[in-house]
Design a protein around this ligand. Structure first.
Ligand SMILES: *[C@@H]1O[C@H](CO)[C@@H](O)[C@H](O)[C@H]1NC(C)=O
Length: 501
């Protein structure tokens, strides 16, 4: 059957985000003679810059938006096709684009990313932030806002509530503590004062404590909240594609209409019951509003804790959904519960010659006991890079093993202006009841938590300039029995680095 194919490429990558672009770079540099196409809707692509390997598994980089021609200049055998994907016909190995063209592929990698779950579709008072455009729209609306409600407890919410100034923020989180995806209650407690104070107070003396936390409910689903501000404004998934960089708010002043600086009130353990307009409020007499709602607001939000808040607008930051839609129709992809494309340890989906990387996929290989998938920039880069290597290896019939970066979960970020390092099962994820936590906390300075299981270190949370990441990474990787050293591990008077040299 003739599908009117314009051209067949050896490799086609869909998506101009970090996973897709990294995959293209890897393929094109490993096989410069390969015919590669990148299909992406927007004029810009996301590129990793200033990449730095901090330790064995920790990496730091920035994300830059660049015109796609930069990639084509670097890789003469790369073609960038500017269109969204309309459909995929796996049987004939073809892709149709929204602008009516048809392309063939020998191997395809889907890197279409994810989009935010929006609380309400088509509600002008509910915003998400996904790309630079929507961040700017947010900034514009914020400039006139006196009060906003932020719903969600992932990375975007954490950054937003901290960055927004001059506007009252009501922050609704479904958990008992803020930042539940990244922190336990202790770390949240450490961070809370940053929301209230403008300047850090003087550090209090070092304090050591040891405790065990509540177990997560058995079989509690792992939440895949992305820490990376990938909020959309209800846009079609394949439209503009890529999410913001990790420092998206730098250079964008998030200031509201009020002279106050930080004013955040956290509403714990609640979700959204209802969103309604001012008119709807007037016609529902049973609705009682507290004194915090004097005057009229354009929109009201009722939380499941019974409270209702009027506000200028609502920011929906409640996690992401993989962008799989245009690829599914007529095909047989195996999906996971979180709606991601299942991939094996070679980043291959269940369809022949089709790989996937980044937010759109769910890692379904048998994970290392110290790794978990989270839809983060770091993992998008790692998966894109590894997928590219796998595609080349398969073409050349060379063996390839799961990359070392999937041995240990590691992530560096910044929350509330503190450096944050997360290692391994930093929140005791999936561990039984017999794990132990060691904690050291100096108010306004550092928070260090170590997760021990059977005497071995399996995870750590490091907030502040602790300088412990490399030592702890090594202790986690070598799985040394730390029972004899338990008392010394977090002793601030012992240089732990020398200790294990
Ligand atoms: C592009 O591919 C052709 C073969 O298809 C090859 O001869 C050429 O060297 C490649 N260009 C670069 C810059 O590698």
């Amino acid at each position: 059957m003739d599908h009117g194919k314009e051209k067949t490429f050896q490799f086609v990558i869909v998506g101009g985000g970090i996973a897709g672009v990294t995959c293209v770079e890897q393929l094109s540099s490993q096989m410069p003679s390969a015919d590669v196409a990148l299909i992406t809707a927007g004029p810009h692509i996301k590129a990793v810059t200033n990449y730095k390997q901090v330790s064995k598994t920790l990496e730091e980089f920035e994300v830059e938006e660049l015109p796609s021609c930069v990639l084509e200049e670097r890789f003469p055998n790369l073609t960038v096709i500017h269109s969204a994907v309309k459909s995929l016909i796996t049987q004939s190995h073809t892709i149709k684009t929204a602008d009516g063209r048809v392309f063939g592929y020998e191997k395809l990698c889907i890197c279409s990313g994810s989009r935010p779950k929006l609380l309400a579709q088509d509600n002008p008072y509910v915003l998400g932030i996904r790309d630079t455009d929507s961040a700017q729209a947010f900034q514009k609306r914020l400039a006139k806002a006196k009060r906003i409600v932020v719903v969600g407890n992932g990375g975007i919410a954490l950054e937003l509530v901290y960055e927004v100034e001059g506007c009252e923020v009501i922050w609704a989180v479904k958990d008992k503590a803020i930042g539940n995806t990244f922190f336990d209650a202790g770390a949240a407690q450490f961070l809370i004062p940053s929301l209230e104070a403008d300047k850090p107070e003087r550090a209090a003396p070092c304090k050591r404590l040891r405790y065990t936390t509540e177990e997560p409910a058995a079989g509690a689903p792992q939440t895949f909240t992305a820490d990376r501000n990938s909020m959309a404004h209800g846009s079609a998934p394949t439209e503009s594609g890529s999410a913001l960089g990790p420092d998206w708010h730098e250079g964008i002043i998030l200031r509201g209409a009020e002279p106050v600086s930080h004013r955040v009130s956290v509403q714990y353990e609640c979700e959204v019951a209802k969103i309604f307009t001012c008119e709807e409020l007037l016609t529902s007499p049973q609705q009682k509003l507290g004194p915090e709602n004097v005057g009229t607001w354009p929109v009201y939000i009722q939380l499941t804790n019974g409270k209702t808040f009027g506000c200028d607008f609502i920011v929906s930051a409640t996690g992401v959904v993989p962008n799989t839609e245009p690829f599914l129709h007529g095909n047989n992809f195996a999906l996971t519960d979180d709606a991601g494309l299942q991939v094996d340890d070679h980043m291959m989906t269940s369809e022949p010659d089709i790989y996937a990387a980044g937010d759109v996929c769910t890692a379904c290989w048998k994970h290392s006991p110290l790794w978990q998938q989270m839809r983060l920039w770091t993992q998008a880069r790692q998966m894109g890079w590894y997928a590219g290597r796998c595609m080349v290896a398969h073409v050349l019939s060379e063996p390839i093993e799961l990359d070392f970066c999937f041995e240990l979960f590691s992530h560096i970020t910044k929350f509330f202006n503190y450096k944050v390092v997360l290692l391994g099962k930093y929140n005791g994820q999936g561990l039984g009841p017999d794990h132990e936590l060691l904690v050291r906390c100096t108010k306004d300075q550092e928070y260090v938590k170590v997760v021990l299981s059977g005497g071995k270190m399996v995870g750590a949370v490091l907030i502040g300039e602790t300088d412990l990441e490399e030592t702890f990474e090594n202790l986690i990787l070598n799985q040394m029995d730390l029972t004899p050293y338990r008392e010394e591990l977090l002793n601030p008077n012992i240089d732990i680095e020398d200790y294990f040299d």
